[in-house]
Design a protein around this ligand. Sequence first.
Ligand code: MN
Length: 285
Amino acid sequence: MTAPLLRRASRGHWVGDGFPVRTLFSYDDGPTISPFLLLDYAAPQHFAPAATPRGVGPHPHRGFSTVTIVFAGELAHRDSAGHGGTIGPGDVQWMTAANGVVHEEFHSEAFTRTGGALEMVQLWVNLPAKAKRSPPSYQDVRAAATPTVPLPDGAGRVRVIAGTFAGQIAPARAATPVALWDVALADGAELPLASLPSTWTRMLLVRRGAVHAEGVQAGPAELLHWAPGTATSDVRATTAGTEAVLLAGEPLAEPVVGYGPFVMNPRAEIAEAIADFERGAMGRL
Ligand code: MN
């Protein structure tokens, strides 16, 4: 048993004018977060009704996937590959930028008009070098299509967004082995993590309530991190109504060179990405 590392962000920042996020880790944190690159968490925040959607206008990505999970509110997305959609509570958008897209991310028109609480996660999942220059793709994963596994004795439930849990296979497809679970736990309930290989990176983002793992306590907007090669400790909820997101994946044994919205392998590919974006090769909105 190894005590997990506790990650937290002492302060937040805004992505555009729509997303008040805390960055729990980023690609500058080194190989123990692989295959993940970045996690932004927007804890519940109320937005007043408005006439103009808040969010972030056209910007590029290359070399990875952005995975957006909405817990409250509604988002609208549009990209230069012709993909788009509106996602609400429980829905997930798995946007694989690969060779490059330009996209925009805003509150939906309806949510903008009514206002209300917004809560969401955006996770960046790296692509292996051989897939970084593939054409972009898009998966729209609806809450209704996501299997939900009840835990025994009313201990909670696991919604399987990616990977598998208790024999249930998630609809989202990742380029390399990844698990992504939306977890709810009753007071005292244990989260079964034994199915996840200890060679994988494993993380748990707490959204509500609190969990305890090998002497480490994590509360809202805090993240537990087990590095590849360490045994996962038992994780137990210590309050009723605990909710968390489990992310786990097989590390990629490849160099990571990131520059803003581009994450490649050798540094020369960053200059190429910037040049390709500037000449419009990632498309336009
Ligand atoms: Mn983006």
